[in-house]
Design a protein around this ligand. Structure first.
Ligand code: GLC
Length: 560
């Protein structure tokens, strides 16, 4: 009675504008731009969504010690000593057009360069700080200017990375850890934010023509006040159609940044970007480029989940992108020349996971990127649709491949040898919206954990972001499947900290059996395969891990 009366009163107040509705997700801001509509944001994101592939460049004084961009902090080098590297920085072989040419050859259409990394040294002439390439080096050339001018000549959108809060080279810049050089790292954070960082962002957005994207970084530093981030937004607003990443506190980014791990399931966001490296390090170290048969499927997997890929190269102290990195990029470009129709402008495929590759879709066509060519020449696609036509993208004649439906599977007959040694693409058109029932046996199944039970559901839900925030180095969790099921593949991703001592057990008819011991998991997609195993629960445990691993997902799949 009382409740009904209150409801009537609230409805009356709402209709009179006296009470306000609790903010629904639909009312939440869509971006950092105050009041922007979803349509306006989608329009602003168009070039980036179509581009799919960009070049990330980490370059600065740290290319001299060749020890990665964290050299100063890792080796605790005092600023007075580190900054002397500027006098040695004379990269006379730097050629902005050569970088752009390589980006184009790789099939990339945007380039994000570290205009200032955490070491605080800027690659552009700056009035806010003389610690920059023009004022502090014998080179004296404004690299950001040369790149910004070269980019449009090559059809590349020029973009800037800027380490905003983290700065080990200016008083008041944050270190994200106890400072090792209080003499230079103390100082007024508020003054640093307004007179140095915000001022340099203003310089970048005012002096270099069109900038497509501002890619902020923070090194975990978070001390920024609402009025300070609001002042940054005012500066960002001056640059028409700018896209902003999500790494500056208080500035709602336009997309999610996923770094150093492959999500197991498609991130539940409209826009996301995987940033990764060609050779395992951001700044130059001399380490060799990853083999094409590892790197290319990795990138395609991100595209298969609807992401963009920002692939990093680290030029050396002379300004040259190492030849093996360049060669790897050209190989990716050669693949995109043949198969780019399946990538550019595409969206995520209709599958969570496929044992032989991944898939994208565009304009009513599915594209199946096959990494493991079936030995018997029969590709099984878990779709309950009638196939209309299938062909190889590498075949300009588009000759039809035989394709048949068998209940919720489509079988495509392939030639004996794959057109590409690493990833071959089959275009497939089917009747109606693609319908797939191939899913993890663990999906949304109950989990009990010996630690952090409140977050354990994150292991089996269909959200890559939610995770089990395990707090102990010795722990286990059990997933109840509800009924006996047979599986052949396990996928698992520790998103924070690795696992070195994993044990996987299965319960069948009330009895637990160990399937694998000493399982080492990297912070990325890990796949374990077995001959068919039947059970109604699985348990994963580890012992004595130095840092508690946080697991984003565990999935079990039957054979396809
Ligand atoms: C990591 C590195 C940082 C690099 C960034 C790029 O956070 O620590 O140096 O700039 O990745 O996303």
């Amino acid at each position: 009675m009382l409740r009904a009366a209150i409801a009537v009163l609230v409805a009356l107040m709402l209709s009179m504008g006296i009470a306000s509705r609790p903010s629904k997700a639909a009312d939440a801001p869509v971006s950092w731009l105050p009041g922007e509509t979803r349509e306006a944001k989608d329009a602003r994101m168009t070039w980036w969504t179509k581009a799919k592939f960009g070049m990330f460049v980490h370059w600065g004084l740290y290319s001299i010690p060749a020890d990665g961009e964290w050299h100063m902090r890792n080796k605790k080098v005092p600023l007075a000593e580190y900054s002397r590297l500027a006098q040695e920085f004379n990269p006379t072989k730097f050629d902005a057009d050569a970088w752009m040419t390589l980006a184009r050859e790789a099939g990339m259409s945007y380039l994000v360069v570290t205009t200032k990394h955490h070491d605080g040294f800027a690659l552009f002439g700056s009035k806010a700080s003389a610690y920059n390439i023009v004022d502090a080096t014998p080179f004296k050339r404004d690299v950001v200017k040369e790149l910004s001018e070269a980019a449009p000549r090559h059809g590349i959108t020029f973009c800037t990375y800027y380490s905003f809060l983290a700065d080990w080279g200016h008083p008041g810049g944050q270190a994200g850890c106890p400072p090792w050089d209080p003499a230079s790292q103390g100082g007024d954070k508020r003054a640093y934010i307004s007179h140095m960082a915000t001022a340099q962002v203003r310089e970048l957005l005012s002096n270099y023509g069109r900038i497509g994207l501002m890619w902020f970084d923070s090194d975990g530093s978070r001390d920024i006040k609402p009025e300070e981030s609001a002042a940054v937004v005012e500066v960002l607003k001056t640059h028409p159609q700018l896209i902003v990443n999500p790494r500056l506190q208080g500035v709602k980014g336009d997309f999610s940044t996923i770094e150093a791990h492959m999500p197991l399931i498609r991130p539940k966001v409209d826009y996301w970007e995987l940033c990764t490296t060609v050779n395992g390090s951001w700044g130059y170290t001399g380490s060799p480029a990853r083999p094409l048969d590892k790197l290319l499927p990795y990138l395609i997997t991100a595209w298969g989940m609807g992401g963009n890929v920002l692939l990093n190269v680290g030029p050396n102290r002379e300004g040259i992108i190492p030849e093996d990195s360049a060669e790897r990029l050209r190989q990716i470009g050669a693949w995109l020349k043949v198969n780019g129709e399946s990538i550019y402008g595409s969206k995520a495929g209709p599958f969570v996971w496929l044992p032989w590759g991944t898939a994208t879709q565009k304009d009513g066509t599915l594209y199946l990127q096959v990494f493991k060519w079936p030995e018997d020449g029969a590709l099984c696609v878990p779709l309950a649709n009638k196939p209309l036509k299938a062909w190889l993208l590498a075949d300009p004649a588009k000759s039809a491949l035989p394709a048949e439906q068998d209940k919720d599977r489509i079988w495509i007959r392939l030639p004996k040898t794959s057109p590409d040694a690493v990833a071959s693409v089959i275009a497939l058109q089917v009747e109606g919206e693609p319908q797939s029932t191939f899913a993890s046996l663990c999906l949304n199944k109950p989990v009990t954990a010996t630690s952090a039970q409140d977050s354990a559901g994150g292991i089996t839900d269909d959200d890559d972001y939610s995770r089990w925030r395990c707090a102990e180095g010795t722990a286990s969790f059990t997933v109840e499947l509800g009924a006996p099921a047979t599986f052949t593949t396990l996928r698992i991703c520790p998103i924070v900290n690795k696992v070195t001592s994993g044990i996987l057990e299965v319960r069948h008819e009330g009895k637990w059996t160990t399937l694998r011991k000493d399982i080492a998991l990297q912070r990325d997609e890990n796949i374990l395969t077995f001959p068919p195993v039947t059970g109604d629960a699985v348990r994963f445990s580890f012992t004595g891990e130095a840092k508690p691993p946080e697991i984003s997902n565990l999935e079990l799949y039957p054979s396809l």
